[in-house]
Write a protein that binds this ligand. Structure first.
Ligand SMILES: *Cc1c(COP(=O)(O)O)cnc(C)c1O
Length: 391
């Protein structure tokens, strides 16, 4: 059988399909000479607010900035503790540290890879100010229980939605040990991630589900005060030009990126459905393979990543075998945030997160990924896991 090379991500099919629309949008911005903020950014913000069903959408320079500005707008600063997951990209914890706060890492659920609400409760102190759940790989975190905890303890919630644009919380947390209050679930069921807590922080990094052709990010909130503060913070702390009231940042969304994102926003649901189709195909093809655990096809999951667990210490050999066969794969994340050199020695172990860092393997996924390619990838995984000589 001849095999073709399959990268871990291919953004070309999407561009090819939208080429004319994208180029027209870019040209219109070039002709307008409005490169920073301006009408394209305003329209994009209005369209995202309508899509998400929130009052305010505020474009910023990156997902990282959305987290930093979101935290600042929530009043998080020096000495404040923010409870978050160790199992995420470093921007999550970095944003907390960069505003002077202290990330407090609690362990994750091995089935969802997301923060474990039970573990949150155990780490709340008088200094705890907020919870930052991450909807990792596009899978909504257990927001019902997280909302209940925040309510009881008077905490803010800032959702890291960098990987979850378009993901929906359905309240069907099949792996929850404790359920949330019926009334909470009813209130937030069918809401999109980023619209449940006080602040949602999104990234438009090119590889994300809604990706720009450069950096970009966005803050979503229903709160007028938070929105006003975030709008000031992104332009050097000024409501009016040259009347700077607080220390802020230069963190604006480019007009070019906004124009590109306006084209792409129309297709996001279709693309997310494509990702779910890819995930289901993988799960079907890998169902009878021993030595791996496939992800749950949770309601509302948008599969930013399709990530399996490879057991018995064979993850790295599977990754290498796939590479030899021309198939890309990635480890998100090889080192949990609390174990990174920057925090060396400050944190104690999180058994599940530490274990998953040695087991997770993300396979190629994008909305247009062909079934034949998925078959080829699944076939190679089966091959190495069933052949003793290759193990
Ligand atoms: C990508 C990502 C970020 C950062 O977004 P940028 O736009 O790259 O700054 C933050 N958190 C998570 C979980 C991410 O995956």
């Amino acid at each position: 059988m001849s095999t073709n090379k399959i990268p871990v991500l291919d953004l070309k099919p999407q561009y090819q399909a939208l080429k004319n629309e994208i180029q027209a949008a870019i040209n219109a911005v070039l002709e307008s000479s409005q490169f920073i903020m301006g009408p394209e950014v305003k329209r994009f913000e209005e369209e995202v607010a309508a899509y998400l069903g929130v009052k305010h959408a505020i474009g910023v320079n990156s997902g990282t900035d959305a987290l930093v500005i979101g935290l600042k707008a929530l009043g998080i600063g020096e000495g404040d503790e923010v409870i978050t997951t160790p199992f995420s990209f470093f921007a999550t914890a970095e944003s907390i540290s960069n505003v002077g706060g202290k990330p407090v890492f609690v362990d994750i659920n091995p089935h969802t890879y997301n923060i474990d609400p039970k573990a949150i409760k155990e780490q709340i102190t008088s200094r705890t100010k907020a919870i930052m759940p991450v909807h990792l790989y596009g899978n909504p975190a257990a927001m019902g229980q997280i909302m209940d905890i925040a309510q009881i303890h008077g905490l803010k919630i800032i959702e890291d939605c960098a990987q979850s644009f378009g993901a929906k919380y359905h309240g069907s947390c099949s792996f929850c040990q404790e359920s949330c209050q019926e009334s909470t679930r009813a209130k937030i069921s069918d809401k999109l991630t980023g619209t449940i807590g006080n602040v949602g922080a999104f990234s438009f990094f090119p590889s994300k589900n809604l990706g720009a052709y450069g950096d970009g990010g966005l803050i979503a909130t229903d709160d007028d005060k938070i929105a006003e503060s975030a709008r000031m913070l992104r332009v050097h702390g000024a409501k009016k030009k040259y009347r700077n009231e607080i220390l802020g940042y230069n963190s604006r969304l480019d007009s070019l990126q906004a124009a590109i994102l306006r084209v792409k926003l129309k297709y996001i649901d279709e693309w997310n459905q494509g990702r779910c189709r890819v995930a289901k195909t993988y799960n079907d093809l890998l169902a009878d393979v021993d030595g791996i655990i496939t992800p749950e096809l949770a309601d509302g999951h948008v599969f930013h990543q399709y990530t399996i667990r490879v057991l018995d210490g064979r993850r790295d050999s599977v990754k290498q075998y796939l590479a030899e066969q021309g198939i890309g794969s990635m480890i998100y994340y090889p080192v949990p945030q609390d174990k990174l050199p920057v925090y060396q020695g400050q944190y104690s172990a999180n058994a599940v997160s530490d274990m998953l860092a040695t087991e997770v393997l993300s396979l190629p996924i994008w909305p247009e990924l062909k079934e034949a390619d998925i078959k080829q990838i699944a076939g190679k995984i089966k091959e190495i896991l069933t052949c003793v000589n290759l193990g």
